[in-house]
Write a protein that binds this ligand. Structure first.
Ligand SMILES: O=C(O)c1ccc[n+]([C@@H]2O[C@H](COP(=O)([O-])O)[C@@H](O)[C@H]2O)c1
Ligand SMILES: Cc1cc2nc[nH]c2cc1C
Length: 360
């Protein structure tokens, strides 16, 4: 994997198809409802048509992709839980016992769990093995990963979407698991958006006030150690790749790859909470049209999530006070996305139902 591969992938991502979006707009205005009365669902139906280049867009198989990885920055005491929980939760996903399994089942979606860099050897036939390395290095002391590792992880994400699309998957929810990764997400957010750690760092799994102070300090030190001082606002595709490698994580890079894959294979990707959305921000900096292929599921309790959603121009559908990750918010949103598509295909028009249109 090299930079040329990434440039080629990023350049291949086209804008949404205008013609299908115009057809969706026309259709939405002909349906038996006051124009615009389905709010965000109408904007979503329009965008989904533009992504697929078809009106109505096809409904098909859906999956929840959960990318897992470990973080060297855990040495700095930044999480309320031990690193071993990453591996333990991966096993829980594979056995079907986690919240994401419950929500995916409600949505009629399969869970695809990917080992992007868990610091343990997990031998399980249901696990997608894409381990780049057993955990990142401690970003407060230097780069979390090499540029080559970041490129390999991005490539694994793009390729996964290609395989899923080839299997008939038409809608992907993406989430993550990785103790310590809310610190990585905060560092990525601060580096790319130029916001101070006070705005990007939250309590993650639930650290106390002392833990919160350690996290802020770890993010400040990671940015300094990697020449990414908050406020510098690392810019452009090169800045995004550098930021991902220096202060990101293997599962964040895999998710950024899934977001690029959304654009390459024209499959909508529903992003989950703070960590997934920070990864989506990296992807959108790598390739300018990526954000239009992404759907924001919910607004997490992590304060930095809103900052990143705003930067991406994405409007979350749910606000449930959740801060679990795993893809739980994204899984819960899949039925809403399908309902938005179904409006285009299944609602009666004013003409077909004999309902009077608006008074002029
Ligand atoms: O999705 C979110 O917004 C979110 C917010 C806080 C925590 N998490 C989850 O908790 C883990 C990261 O928290 P931490 O405290 O270990 O950095 C990771 O496994 C995430 O899935 C997820
Ligand atoms: C138990 C547990 C489950 C999780 N799922 C996502 N992040 C998590 C963190 C913990 C600690």
């Amino acid at each position: 994997m090299d930079d040329k591969w990434l440039t080629r992938v990023c350049r291949s991502i086209e804008p949404l198809r205008e013609e299908a979006m115009a057809a969706a707009r026309e259709r939405l205005d002909s349906l038996t409802k006051p124009p615009g009365s389905l709010g965000a669902l109408e904007r979503l139906a329009e965008r989904l048509s533009g992504i697929a280049g078809a009106m109505p867009p096809p409904l098909g198989k859906k999956v929840v992709v959960v990318m897992a990885g470990d973080h060297g920055v855990c040495e700095e005491g930044v999480s309320a839980f031990p690193q071993a929980v990453t591996e333990q939760m991966v096993l829980n996903f594979l056995r079907g016992g986690a919240a994401v399994n419950v929500f995916a089942k409600h949505a009629g979606a399969d869970v695809v769990c990917v080992d992007m860099g868990v610091a343990a050897t997990i031998d399980h036939p249901g696990l997608v093995a894409s381990k780049i390395a057993p955990g990142t290095a401690n970003m407060t002391k230097g780069p979390a990963m090499t540029r080559e590792q970041a490129l390999s992880a991005l490539s694994a994400g793009v390729e996964l979407v290609g395989r899923l699309a080839g299997d008939g998957v038409r809608l992907i929810a993406v989430g993550e698991m990785g103790i310590g990764n809310s610190t990585a997400a905060a560092a990525v957010t601060s580096a790319l958006l130029g916001v101070p750690p006070e705005a990007s760092v939250g309590r993650g799994t639930g650290v106390d006030d002392a833990g919160l102070a350690r996290k802020r300090d770890a993010v400040a030190r990671a940015l300094a150690a990697n020449g990414l001082a908050a406020g510098a606002g690392a810019s452009g595709p090169e800045g995004a790749l550098e930021t991902l490698a220096k202060v990101g994580g293997f599962e964040l890079a895999g998710i950024a790859g899934v977001c690029l894959g959304a654009g390459v294979y024209r499959v909508p990707v529903v992003v989950d909470g703070y960590i997934s959305t920070a990864a989506a921000l990296v992807a959108s900096r790598l390739s300018p049209h990526v954000a239009s292929y992404l759907i924001a599921s919910h607004r997490s309790e992590e304060p930095g999530h809103g900052v990143v959603l705003d930067a991406l121009g994405l409007e979350p559908m749910l606000e449930l006070g959740m801060r679990l990750g795993e893809g739980t918010g994204a899984a819960l949103s899949l039925r809403i996305v399908e309902a938005a598509v179904d409006v285009l295909g299944s609602m009666a028009t004013f003409a077909s139902a004999g309902v009077s249109g608006k008074l002029e």
